[in-house]
Design a protein around this ligand. Structure first.
Ligand code: ADP
Ligand code: MG
Length: 315
């Protein structure tokens, strides 16, 4: 199997096709139709073996996750996904690996009607780069900047699950079978919050996806918005799995662990009620965790235990 047969078999044949693709895989560049009055949102992420994943990582989950983390960035911008490109560096053509990797990749891509429109294939240490493209109406882009003093701070879903999943893998952490399965799923196959991002176009004053932990990512949001934040620690959304470990450890994970790919967003109090009813209609879970304040930095409120292990400088 030569390089072009490989691209054809594992990638070109498996991708769904869109009418806005004039030329996808097969020429020197892709030719794409962009909708009028919308902005093209572009984001890229690279996963390197030994840095972002271990050599025994499941190829199916890897394909899924590499696209999911990119889609999470589109979600945080309020964008609707359209296309993606894939740069793959591999030590050799490992067909069983490619079979699983492409299956995981297209499982997610096809859910969002995304077309793989090109890429690059090279020999070297296993490295996967995906670039995604999506659209958002010009006036409705979600950005990190835009949070106003008095806005409520929300997060989708639950926090700290992927961090607990990582502990299960690395520290041989003991957990019930059900919790273990749940946190590993959260770590290995995160769900990008695309529908939430699109819904928030109308309501959110700012948004960011949580890839590096709530404190780190909310920190980026408030510094872009030039405001401060107060977080009520007891309001942090903890899943059933985090509720079975020590409360203090759960809170530390929820505040600092990465890889959850939930969305943190802000909404003005005037818009809050309408937003909540739309979220409920859409059956999207979210929790108010605090509010935007004047000044800078994140202040944590209402916790009753020492959090010296956080090692975070914002408070
Ligand atoms: P070039 O030599 O012009 O850079 P390539 O030979 O690298 O082109 O690729 C040929 C075609 O296959 C191009 O359309 C390219 O976008 C596509 N392609 C290459 N590698 C991949 C990949 N890993 N996934 C998807 N498409 C790919
Ligand atoms: Mg060429």
């Amino acid at each position: 199997m030569d390089e072009f047969d490989m691209i054809d078999y594992y990638f070109k044949k498996k991708t769904s096709t869109r009418t806005d693709v004039i030329m996808g895989i097969g020429d020197d560049g892709a030719l794409l139709l962009t909708p009028k009055d919308q902005l093209l949102v572009v984001s890229v992420d690279t996963l390197v073996e030994g840095v972002h994943f271990i050599s025994t990582a499941n190829a199916y989950e890897l394909g899924y996750k590499t696209l999911a983390v990119n889609l999470s960035d589109l979600a945080a911008m309020g964008a609707e996904p359209a296309w993606f490109t894939l740069a793959l560096t591999m030590p050799s053509v490992n067909q069983p690996w490619l079979e699983d990797f492409s299956a995981g990749l297209f499982e997610l891509a096809n859910q969002f009607n995304m077309q793989l429109v090109g890429g690059d294939t090279t020999r070297g240490a296993l490295t996967i780069t995906i670039q995604v493209h999506g659209f958002v109406p010009r006036q409705q882009v979600l950005r990190r900047a835009g949070a106003q003093v008095g806005d409520k701070i929300y997060v989708s879903g639950f926090l700290g699950d992927a961090g607990l999943g990582l502990k299960v893998l690395t520290d041989n952490y003991s957990l019930s079978a059900e919790s273990k399965q749940y946190v590993l799923q959260r770590l290995n196959m995160p769900t990008p919050k695309i529908a939430l991002g699109i819904l928030l176009r109308e309501f959110a004053s700012s948004a960011i996806d949580i890839s590096d932990g709530l404190l780190a990512d909310l920190g980026h949001l408030i510094s872009s918005s030039q405001v401060g934040a107060e977080i009520k620690v007891p309001q942090l959304p903890l899943s059933f799995a985090l509720q079975t470990i020590s409360h203090r450890e759960a809170v530390e994970l929820a505040l600092t662990a990465g890889d959850d790919y939930e969305i943190c967003f802000t909404v003005s109090p005037h818009q809050e009620e309408k937003m909540l009813s739309r979220l409920k209609q859409a059956q999207i879970h979210s929790t108010c965790i605090g509010k935007i304040t004047a000044g800078a930095g994140i202040k944590l409120l209402d916790y009753t235990f020492e959090m010296h292990r956080l090692g975070f400088q914002h408070f």
